[in-house]
Ligand binder design. Structure first.
Ligand SMILES: [Zn+2]
Length: 113
């Protein structure tokens, strides 16, 4: 359910940057550690985009895989099958260095002709 306010943010950011031009596409970056679901964002977007500059715009999702930096040995690793142990020293988890991203990377607007 929390995708609705998120999708409203996406729409607000995109329309602010569109400077009055129709939006063709919105490029999103979403880390795998967030619980945001692409389909839910698309669902809400389809609900709230009509009658805005973003009506009919295509959403593009780029997922970012989770990466940790081990606090014990500083090895950077990507967890495999939800096993969050450092492959070098066996310590559990570590500092998250990727996977929590959520941002509007860019938008594409119609060019004036
Ligand atoms: Zn380690």
């Amino acid at each position: 359910m929390h995708e609705l306010p998120l999708t409203e943010d996406i729409l607000r950011i995109a329309t602010q940057h569109a400077a009055g031009k129709p939006i063709i596409a919105i490029y999103l970056v979403i880390g795998d550690l967030t619980s945001f679901v692409d389909d839910a964002i698309q669902f809400y977007f389809d609900l709230i985009a009509p009658r805005t500059l973003a009506e009919g715009a295509t959403l593009h999702f780029r997922r970012v895989a989770v990466r940790f930096r081990c606090r014990s040995c500083e090895t950077e690793f990507a967890p495999v099958n939800h096993d969050w142990h450092c492959p070098a020293c066996g310590a559990l988890g570590g500092e998250v260095i990727a996977g929590k991203e959520f941002l509007v990377e860019s938008i594409e607007v119609a060019t004036e002709e």
